[in-house]
Design a binder for this molecule. Structure first.
Ligand SMILES: [Zn+2]
Ligand SMILES: [Zn+2]
Length: 122
């Protein structure tokens, strides 16, 4: 299995290299979580705001209103998208950048959320 390229940690002054999707080395994993939390509170609930809606439209258009979830990509399945999903969850240090967003079908999203909550419990 090819490994992802190592990236420098995003924490200030830290030069550690890592392969974490949250952008921080293992030693700074907590910083990543704190940052995500700070971001969420700074933006308030945010989700219903206009900038988010604009971003959402942009992502939907980019993905041609089709679901881009892992399953659909893997199976070459075509499903209509209803929502925009964070590839890396905000709680894990993901951002609202278009690169971290994809259009997703409502049912796919539900399945994904269920899978995620199961894997957390385990
Ligand atoms: Zn670090
Ligand atoms: Zn899908």
């Amino acid at each position: 299995m090819p490994l992802r390229p190592q990236r420098p940690c995003r924490a200030q002054g830290c030069r550690s290299l890592h392969r974490n999707s949250n952008g921080y080395c293992d030693g700074h994993a907590e910083v990543a979580v704190e940052q995500a939390k700070a971001w969420a509170t700074r933006k308030g609930s945010g989700r219903g705001g206009r900038p988010w809606r604009r971003l959402r439209d942009r992502v939907m258009k980019r993905d041609q209103y089709l679901c881009r979830c892992d399953e659909c990509i893997r199976l070459d399945r075509i499903r209509e998208a209803h929502e925009v999903d964070h590839i890396v969850a905000l709680a894990l240090g993901g951002t609202d950048e278009p690169a971290n967003l994809r259009a997703i079908n409502r049912d796919c999203h539900k399945e994904k959320t269920q899978r995620e909550s199961k894997s957390i419990k385990k």
